[in-house]
Design a protein around this ligand. Structure first.
Ligand SMILES: *[C@@H]1O[C@H](CO)[C@@H](O)[C@H](O)[C@H]1NC(C)=O
Ligand SMILES: *[C@@H]1O[C@H](CO)[C@@H](O)[C@H](O)[C@H]1NC(C)=O
Length: 394
């Protein structure tokens, strides 16, 4: 435990306050403080090569990742490079690790975002892929984890891999960068520190290590503990359902979202899982169980209405998840700067139509909402007036 560091940080904040104007900094630090304080939490575990490397062997990336894993450093970053990258394939681009990633970030952002400003089904698929590739691991696995072994069944990822592999881009890097780019493209989502340099392994991951939508809290908590993710971390990670729309859990309700704001990375998911919801919202049984279990309920309630706290915790736990089974953490490179900026506030222009859809009307809008296109050219409630039952006829 790095209490001295935390004390130093707290003092620093006290000294700087109220001069601190960097948005998010105060909340990030208070979240860190929150993270380290509760006595009921297990100490955070190190993973991979960080378990055996001594402090003097750590690179600056290795040190930062270690601090993120231990909960003493924020995993969110606003570092951004707004310059135009060198041409793809040029020697200037080849000699800069993050150059090709800037091009990939452009391609991904274009696919992850559409006219409504919500994030698309491609963004949701990218987040899911990041979870599914990295999550198939436990402390007793000798392989698996974030290794690209999940087959790229996703058309977008396959296309990107075929386009960029010739520039040295690996499958795991593409998957994990896809997950962090997707979460920041979704309005309000965190800008998670993003690394490259994962080692691909085509061997199929060990079976039975991914959570099920109907699993009990006991099963989920044990499953994630075996991945070094504590109950609070699990509570933070399942919040990714804030943006999702289910297709296969109940095929009769194809397209139904897990909170009332699909395509937005907000905290509505947490409050709504605990309360009554519009008829279109489909809650997963596992989420409902975690929301009331004594080991996760306290953190769950803290996320209700507290976007910054959740983003901070999600970012931290996602970095951990993305590094499961990875044994070259110390030599990864960082390309966070290629991520698009965070969308800090968002108002849906088509909320009136969305509200009707959430009440169970207009099944024909399911795929448009999945694609995140703006549902109507009307830009305010008042202009819709009597025509609001005909949202597509403008
Ligand atoms: C997504 O699209 C919306 C609407 O077209 C736009 O306002 C927003 O800036 C875009 N977000 C990103 C990250 O490009
Ligand atoms: C989960 O539960 C729902 C509702 O009871 C059921 O329709 C679905 O088949 C279950 N899914 C799995 C994977 O067990």
């Amino acid at each position: 435990m790095k209490t001295p560091t935390l004390v130093a940080l707290t003092t620093l904040v006290a000294l700087l306050s109220p001069a601190v104007s960097y948005p998010g900094m105060a909340t990030a630090l208070s979240a860190l403080h929150h993270h380290a304080s509760p006595a009921d939490e297990d100490p955070k575990e190190l993973i991979g090569d960080l378990l055996t490397l001594t402090d003097s062997q750590l690179t600056s990336i290795g040190k930062d990742i270690e601090a993120i894993l231990l909960g003493t450093l924020t995993a969110e970053s606003s570092t951004i490079d707004n310059s135009v990258p060198a041409a793809l394939g040029s020697s200037a681009c080849s000699s800069d690790t993050c150059c090709v990633w800037k091009w990939i970030a452009y391609d991904m952002t274009a696919k992850f975002n559409d006219t409504s400003g919500r994030c698309t089904l491609f963004a949701r698929a990218a987040v899911r892929l990041g979870f599914h590739d990295a999550g198939a691991w436990s402390k007793t696995s000798s392989y698996g984890g974030a290794d690209g072994s999940i087959l790229l069944t996703d058309e977008l990822m396959k296309t990107l891999y075929n386009k960029y592999h010739q520039y040295g881009v690996g499958m795991t890097d593409l998957i994990q960068m896809g997950a962090t780019i997707a979460s920041v493209v979704c309005p309000l989502g965190p800008r998670i520190r993003s690394f490259v340099g994962w080692v691909d392994n085509a061997k199929a991951a060990p079976a039975g290590l991914l959570p099920g939508v109907n699993d009990s809290a006991d099963k989920l908590i044990a499953l994630f503990k075996a991945k070094t993710i504590d109950p609070h971390g699990l509570a933070a990670l399942v919040g990714a359902h804030t943006t999702s729309q289910q297709h296969f859990v109940d095929t009769g309700r194809d397209g139904d979202p897990q909170d009332s704001t699909p395509g937005m990375w907000d905290v509505k998911f947490y409050g709504e899982t605990l309360n009554s919801v519009p008829p279109r919202v489909f809650k997963f049984a596992s989420d409902e169980k975690l929301s009331v279990d004594s080991r996760t309920a306290d953190e769950w309630k803290e996320f209700v209405g507290d976007q910054e706290h959740w983003n901070e915790d999600y970012a931290q736990e996602y970095v951990r998840l993305s590094l499961l089974g990875v044994n070259n953490i110390n030599i990864l490179k960082e390309c966070t700067k290629v991520l698009p900026p965070r969308v800090n506030s968002f108002v849906a222009q088509d909320q009136t139509v969305l509200d009707l859809w959430l009440q169970g009307q207009f099944d024909q809008l399911n795929s448009l909402i999945d694609d995140s296109v703006l549902l109507t050219r009307f830009t305010s409630r008042t202009t819709i007036g009597k025509d609001q039952t005909k949202p597509l006829e403008d």
